[in-house]
Design a protein around this ligand. Structure first.
Ligand SMILES: [Zn+2]
Length: 348
């Protein structure tokens, strides 16, 4: 199908050769795993972008995936790079412009309730995939508002309550949504619930490390389980909050260490898929909503030069499927392409 001809609008589609798209379509894939590493700027990955203005972190599994598959070196994240819009554009394949005088969740909610819209979850359900979303921040929790008929679905959510900001772990409430009721998931649910870290006597850094490990372990456990039980394959979306939290709460050194944790997580995922014998028919797609900078006073703000810095603007976009021409695509792309280019050709 050459990636075109669907009703999915895709402004900013990269100038990929049709060969690249066709090869991926020929390969097909039964499972899709998208890891959206919040606030992972491409410039922070060692040798990811040639024009990188900062010294990147050596991340062996990112590098491995790049060699094994394809990286798009000039991939733009959301603009402005808010997490809600960053995720919304991945799922809807178009730019979501928010009115900042209004509540962002309500605006996205209106969008997800418009059933005429095409989106990734609809596509996954059409292909009979089991949908698994791990949504550990309120920024991504709106995804659970998307209702799709005939779904097999598990959403794990952490709602943040910013009323008690002093407390990184207990200001979260954990929620599970399972559709329909899968008895075999109940045991897993209890196990996940009990493993959630609550020791707040630790430093913020240790608390975040525990939270990060919980997100990583939980996603690996659920994916492993679903790959055993779901014959038609899975669609998993993992919002990894590690770097966003570390960057804002603990600073640059912690952020750099967090990249290594995320890299180890990626390595564990690849190893686990290999052990289960499903690596070759699983599409792993790794990207981010926006990056991070420590070179402005306005780290959290909406203005200043925060958004224009390359380490914020450019995000990694790596997938584990080979194309014949090159494993580096340098033409401009954006995270809008997640939806359009690689998810249309799921295997039934
Ligand atoms: Zn974010």
């Amino acid at each position: 199908m050459g990636g075109s001809g669907s009703g999915w609008p895709s402004p900013g589609r990269p100038n990929l050769t049709s060969d690249a798209v066709e090869i991926i379509e020929e390969q097909g894939h039964r499972n899709v795993i998208i890891i959206m590493a919040d606030a992972l700027g491409a410039d922070y990955l060692y040798q990811y972008r040639k024009s990188a203005s900062i010294e990147g972190v050596l991340a062996v599994n990112f590098d491995f995936l790049t060699r094994e598959g394809v990286k798009i070196s000039d991939c733009l994240g959301a603009r402005p790079p808010h997490t809600e819009t960053g995720i919304a554009r991945m799922f809807f394949g178009r730019d979501i412009i928010l009115d900042h005088t209004q509540e962002p969740f309500l605006q996205i909610e209106r969008l997800v309730q418009d059933s005429s819209q095409d989106h990734l979850l609809k596509l996954a359900v059409q292909h009979n995939k089991f949908v698994f979303n791990l949504l550990p921040r309120s920024d991504s929790a709106w995804l659970t508002q998307i209702n799709i008929p005939r779904q097999k679905r598990l959403d794990i959510l952490l709602w943040e309550s910013w009323k008690d900001q002093s407390n990184l772990l207990t200001n979260h409430s954990l929620e599970f949504k399972i559709e329909p009721n899968f008895p075999h998931l109940r045991k897993l649910k209890d196990q996940i619930k009990h493993s959630y870290p609550t020791d707040i006597s630790q430093t913020p850094f240790v608390q975040l490390k525990n939270l990060s490990q919980w997100v990583h372990n939980t996603s690996l456990t659920v994916i492993k389980h679903l790959l055993k039980t779901e014959a038609d394959g899975i669609f998993a979306f993992i919002h990894d909050p590690t770097l966003e939290f570390l960057g804002h709460w603990c600073g640059e050194q912690a952020y750099r260490e967090g990249i290594i944790w995320t890299d180890e997580y990626l390595g564990r995922l690849i190893a686990q898929l290999r052990e289960q014998g499903v690596y070759d028919n699983t599409l792993i797609l790794l990207t981010a909503d926006h990056g991070m900078t420590f070179r402005t006073k306005d780290q959290l703000g909406n203005h200043g030069d925060f958004y224009s810095r390359p380490e914020v603007k450019y995000v990694p976009f790596i997938f584990n499927k080979k194309v014949p021409i090159s494993n580096v695509i340098t033409s401009h792309a954006s995270t809008l392409e997640v939806a359009k280019s690689w998810l249309e050709n799921l295997e039934k």
